[in-house]
Design a protein around this ligand. Structure first.
Ligand code: HCA
Ligand code: CU
Length: 405
């Protein structure tokens, strides 16, 4: 398999072992899943995150090139946001630009001013939000939202309605609300787990219940308060939602929502779903957003983190030198990341041999000395990032190592 051939990756995963047989059949295989990126809206709600307008436009361009289906931005936040939204609309991107705001005529006026064709409006539906956040009744919540929908529709907008805090709302009310929205010709309904209270099977049931009640396409939007955002999002998609909300580096209110890189790769590689993403740009976009926000991508971040392809224990390094698939599912090149090896106290003979060979030293005694020297030192002395040239070198080395057995 070519290292960066994503099309073959699903098959390759199946060839390498039995994991996929345990995972079994899934309803996402071959299904087109739309990705809505909300880095510019939900992402900006991450404490400490803000963008300049040129950064916003740059991010939108990059996301569009990456292939996301929709880009969400909130023009109502400030004059600056309004300007950014206008500029992004004028950029003529392929992605649908979604203007996010409250279910209020004045917010929709701002969406219209930006020239978007798609507006998303949110209104809480859980009793706790209705009582303490908005101080309105369930009936009032519905009539306000329907009024805003009518207004948006009368102005030619396509409309998404978000039932905020849907996961904590009375299911009967949620379904009845969704049916009213369908009658009002709403184009999409978003069902968020606003506070991250769901388990995957819970999220499945919520989406399924609404899906059984209406034909309107559904979005799933899951917060990561308990670390289940990705699992819950996937469960929502399995239940029939057709668009998932993500942000670069999982940014968002509090601890954020599902991460763009993880979600798109999990869908493509583990579920064989049809997602339209240039995966090899994922590393780059994670760094771009890291640079603009000064919010570091944790080393432990899957796929795009600094440690995602870093091998340390002697047995691991030795195995990876022989065949990287021993400890890697998705090759680093697929996501634009690089493989790294740690040379330190845990290094074994094979790793030491590889290192010395690069200096032209091939002697058993030197190898032993290096291993015991590093062990005595007991620290991670340095990391080697495997560049393209070094990967080539490694391939040759693999042939030799694998022959020796
Ligand atoms: C918010 C709430 C929201 C909306 C999600 C959506 C949530 O911060 O305004 O519009 O799909 O999590 O409920 O982000
Ligand atoms: Cu949210």
């Amino acid at each position: 398999m070519e290292d960066d051939n994503i099309e073959k990756l699903g098959e390759d995963v199946e060839r390498v072992g039995f994991g996929p047989r345990y995972n079994g059949k899934n309803s996402l295989k071959g299904r087109k899943i739309k990705i809505l990126d909300s880095t510019l809206r939900e992402g900006e709600q991450f404490p400490g995150c803000s963008f300049t307008n040129s950064q916003r436009v740059q991010i939108a361009w990059t996301l569009d090139f990456l292939g996301v289906d929709a880009i969400e931005i909130s023009p109502i936040i400030s004059r600056q946001h309004m300007e950014a939204c206008k500029k992004i609309v004028q950029a003529g991107l392929n992605a649908t630009i979604v203007a996010h705001g409250r279910a209020l005529r004045k917010d929709l006026d701002q969406a219209l001013e930006c020239g978007v064709s798609f507006a998303a409006m949110y209104h809480s539906v859980s009793d706790i939000h209705l009582k303490y956040k908005l101080r309105v009744s369930r009936e009032e919540a519905l009539s306000r939202t329907l009024d805003a929908v009518d207004y948006a529709k009368a102005h030619g907008l396509q409309v998404r309605v978000t039932l905020e805090d849907a996961s904590r709302a009375d299911p009967q009310y949620v379904v009845a609300f969704a049916k009213e929205l369908e009658r009002a010709h709403v184009d999409r309904i978003s069902l968020p787990d606003t506070v991250g209270v769901m388990t995957p099977s819970g999220m499945y049931s919520l989406i399924k219940r609404v899906k059984d009640g209406v034909k309107v396409p559904l979005d799933v939007h899951c917060h990561n308060d308990m670390g289940l955002a990705l699992a819950n999002s996937i469960a929502g998609l399995e239940a029939g939602a057709e668009q998932v909300h993500v942000t670069a580096n999982g940014l968002g209110e509090r601890v954020g929502i599902a991460d763009l890189a993880q979600t798109s790769l999990v869908l493509r590689v583990l579920y064989n779903a049809d997602v339209n993403i240039r995966f090899n740009m994922l590393f780059e976009i994670a760094r771009l957003v890291e640079e603009y926000t000064s919010i570091p991508v944790p080393k432990s971040a899957p796929l795009v983190g600094g440690n995602a392809y870093k091998h340390k224990a002697g047995t691991h390094v030795a195995a990876v030198l022989r065949n990287p698939k021993t400890y890697e599912l998705v090759p680093p090149k697929v996501v634009g990341n690089r493989r790294r090896l740690v040379f330190g106290g845990l290094l074994g003979k094979t790793g030491a041999e590889f290192l010395l060979k690069m200096f032209g030293i091939e002697a058993e005694t030197e190898t032993k000395k290096l291993v015991s020297g590093l062990k005595d030192l007991g620290i991670d002395l340095f990391e080697l990032e495997l560049t393209e040239e070094m990967e080539e070198l490694l391939k040759k080395e693999q042939d030799v190592l694998n022959k020796v057995g």
